[in-house]
Design a protein around this ligand. Structure first.
Ligand SMILES: NC(=O)c1ccc[n+]([C@@H]2O[C@H](COP(=O)([O-])OP(=O)(O)OC[C@H]3O[C@@H](n4cnc5c(N)ncnc54)[C@H](O)[C@@H]3O)[C@@H](O)[C@H]2O)c1
Length: 261
């Protein structure tokens, strides 16, 4: 762990809000930010998962469905009410779609993907940015996916919503960088979390379309290894630190070289 100013922890005194904090990458971010000295507001739709976090020091939990605008407003307001500030917002909650191409994608699947991955990040950022502007600094980390960079790592809904999230990241970076607010898109490849189990079950049940599997086979061989959630915790802490000031609007493929192929 890198020492912060005066030899303290690097993110001592900072406040981080994480959506989807109950599992996988979000949970690993929570652990890493706490280790770095920050206080964390853990938001998740699963009250059971949050209950496991409630006793942790410097952690507050708030049941939040990120597809509900009022939940997101309440989430940001809660962080400010408890700690009086918000330094880092991690828009991380998400789930795989059913890997359907455009012709099979239902209205519900399309709209859920956009709500979960794109509109949620927009609404949470909109609620958080005034506090960051007032403080003169802030970092917004959007968990995208390799599906935000390619056409065959998810279905139409997941892919389009994650591409949109990169656009939102760049817009935020371009508009607010001058005010000391940075936005970065983190694009994992395959990470061992509950989400990968959902994908596996969908493949095994035959739910994933042949069209998707054929398209994916053409490039899948370039995946070198699956990542562990903790690797994204360490990355998120680094991106939130002062030393990462140059990284504004960056879109970071974190997929073991897949994007290089
Ligand atoms: N696991 C991977 O291979 C992988 C790859 C690329 C990108 N991602 C992205 O990483 C992010 C985290 O995924 P993960 O792999 O850690 O999954 P995960 O299933 O382990 O964790 C996701 C968390 O989000 C929560 N969640 C789901 N819907 C929600 C909602 N409507 N409101 C609030 N919380 C909600 C779940 O309860 C869960 O705790 C997602 O945005 C996902 O798209 C994951």
């Amino acid at each position: 762990m890198v020492a912060g100013v005066n030899g303290g922890l690097p993110l001592d005194g900072q406040v981080v809000v994480i959506t989807g904090a109950g599992s996988g990458i979000g949970r690993a971010m929570l652990d890493a930010f706490r280790t770095a000295g920050a206080a964390v507001l853990a938001a998740d739709v699963s009250a059971d998962r949050l209950a496991e976090l409630a006793s942790l020091d410097k952690v507050e939990t708030v049941v939040t469905d990120v597809t509900i605008a009022t939940d997101l407003d309440a989430m940001i307001d809660r962080a400010v009410a408890v700690w009086g500030r918000i330094d880092v917002l991690c828009n991380n909650a998400g789930r795989p779609d059913a890997f359907r191409g455009v012709e099979d994608c239902t209205d519900e699947e399309w709209e859920l993907g956009l709500a979960l991955h794109l509109t949620a990040a927009f609404l949470a950022s909109r609620q958080a940015i005034p506090h960051m502007l007032a403080a003169g600094h802030g970092v917004i980390l959007n968990t995208v996916s390799t599906a935000g960079l390619t056409g065959n790592n998810g279905g139409a809904s997941y892919t389009a919503s994650k591409h949109g999230l990169i656009g939102l990241t760049r817009s935020t970076a371009a508009m607010y960088g001058v005010d000391g607010i940075r936005a970065v898109a983190i694009c994992p490849g395959a990470v061992d979390t509950d989400a990968t189990e959902i994908m596996k079950r969908r493949r095994q049940s035959g739910e994933v379309s042949e069209r998707f599997l054929t398209a994916r086979d053409r490039t899948f061989k370039a995946f070198t290894r699956r990542a562990q959630p903790a690797e994204f915790g360490a990355l998120a802490v680094y991106l939130a630190m002062g030393g990462a000031d140059l990284l504004n609007g960056a879109v970071l493929p974190a997929n073991s070289g897949y994007s290089a192929h």
